[in-house]
Write a protein that binds this ligand. Structure first.
Ligand SMILES: CC(C)(COP(=O)(O)OP(=O)(O)OC[C@H]1O[C@@H](n2cnc3c(N)ncnc32)[C@H](O)[C@@H]1OP(=O)(O)O)[C@@H](O)C(=O)NCCC(=O)NCCS
Length: 391
């Protein structure tokens, strides 16, 4: 039996040793960790104590993630850390199991994280479910000239409209976040720096924006780190690319995060973008019923998928489910034939559309007859799930 103790919302006396553990685990100065906790909020810190001593912790980040055009309640996980002296005793795995159970009970459908190691999270039921690419463009070879529109610096008064613009675009991208304050702070004030925001409007309505940081280079020039770029229309995308190109007398490289074929890149006339896989992210279905009912499905498709879930870490949600899809929505009931047998990990990779049921079956992640495999592949099919935000 475990002797670990789960602490939600730690006291000052518990937060201080955890800050030290995080600082050692990630090689970050203590001041940065304190700032991190402040942005996340103490109520979103979780700690583990062993014999009265804090030995591990993490941060939970409540937000949403879009799949099939709809928002699924999602809790991001960051900063998983165990004191070096307490490692190798199952503290991290126990902590992940507690978080999964907490989210299940709260009805939070999914949880997403960026793994430093896959083994730990796989044991807890998370699986690779999407990607995060880095995109580099030589500022001198953007090759887009687009005038028109009005460019303005983003002011406080613009923020609500800009966040709405982001949500409009994000909803149409598989895996994008419905951001909360934690992720917006990484866009607008990353690590305490202030990113310069520029909005492009036409006839008084904003159609796109971007946020920029200048990173100086030894020769006096600089790289531009784009912490966010959002364009609702083709003309806004081209106008923002043109705006970036207007920095080319001093800027060397434009750096941003996105997907393997980011929509922005359609506007580049030449092969000026270098797109590299940065990391895969992992996802867990913490509350299967909520997750399947909240995500969207292809409108016009009607399907009835009967599956049997194995979930050793959350046995309360193991068992048979029937998913009825009509008019873009899914209805979930317990029971059915369980024709598609899948573990929590296989379901995660299927749920986001990261892998088809056929491919997962080939990898030994699920089993089913041909009809169930083809049906499941169709139900969850989407463009490659992508998450440009890091947390
Ligand atoms: C990664 C870390 C959290 C693991 O903590 P821990 O308490 O030692 O992990 P656990 O004892 O619960 O390990 C659970 C399982 O994951 C495996 N595992 C843990 N760390 C691993 C690693 N770095 N690489 C591969 N497998 C690992 C363990 O071997 C164990 O599997 P096993 O039972 O088959 O041996 C800890 O090493 C740490 O704090 N590292 C620095 C910060 C970090 O990398 N955090 C992760 C950020 S996403």
């Amino acid at each position: 039996m475990s002797t670990f103790e789960y602490i939600a919302s730690p006291s000052d006396g518990e937060l201080a040793p955890l800050a030290e553990i995080e600082s050692v685990a990630f090689g970050s100065p203590a001041a940065e960790v304190a700032q991190w906790f402040a942005v996340a909020g103490r109520e979103h810190v979780r700690a583990v104590a062993l014999r009265g001593q804090v030995v591990a912790g993490l941060i939970v980040i409540p937000m949403g993630q879009f799949f099939g055009g709809r928002r699924v309640a999602m809790t991001g996980i960051a900063g998983v850390a165990v004191a070096p002296e307490a490692r190798g005793q199952g503290a991290a795995l126990w902590l992940m199991s507690q978080v999964a159970r907490e989210l299940h009970t709260a009805g939070v459908g999914i949880s997403t994280l960026y793994p430093a190691t896959n083994t730990l999270y796989r044991k807890a039921g998370w699986e690779l479910a999407g990607s995060h690419y880095s995109i580099e463009i030589d500022a001198r070879s953007v090759g887009v000239r687009e005038g028109g529109g009005v460019l303005t610096t983003i002011a406080d008064a613009d923020r609500a409209a800009m966040h709405a613009l982001y949500a409009d675009v994000a909803r149409t991208r598989s895996g994008y976040l419905d951001r909360g304050p934690y992720v917006w702070s990484r866009v607008e004030t990353p690590r305490g720096r202030i990113a310069r925001g520029t909005l492009v409007s036409y006839d008084g309505a904003s159609e796109g924006y971007l946020y920029l940081l200048q990173n100086p280079l030894p020769g006096g020039t600089y790289d531009l780190a784009i912490t966010d770029l959002c364009a609702k229309t083709p003309r806004a995308a081209r106008r923002l690319l043109s705006f970036l190109a207007d920095h080319r007398s001093m800027a060397e490289t434009l750096r941003l995060k996105g997907g393997p074929i980011d929509p922005l890149l359609w506007h580049l006339p030449e092969k000026s973008a270098k797109v590299r896989l940065f990391e895969h992210w992992m996802l867990r279905l913490c509350n299967v019923e909520a997750a399947l009912a909240q995500r969207g499905y292809t409108p016009g498709m009607s399907a009835r998928l009967e599956l049997e879930l194995e979930d050793d870490m959350l046995p309360e949600q193991a068992g048979r489910y029937t998913l009825e899809v009509t008019a873009g929505r899914g209805q979930v009931t317990r029971g059915g034939s369980g024709a598609l047998r899948v573990g929590a990990r296989g379901l995660a990779a299927l749920f986001t559309g990261f892998q088809s049921a056929r491919s997962l079956a080939r990898a030994g992640m699920l089993t089913g007859d041909d009809a169930s495999l083809d049906l499941a592949s169709g139900v969850f099919a989407s463009e490659a799930p992508v998450l440009p935000d890091f947390f």
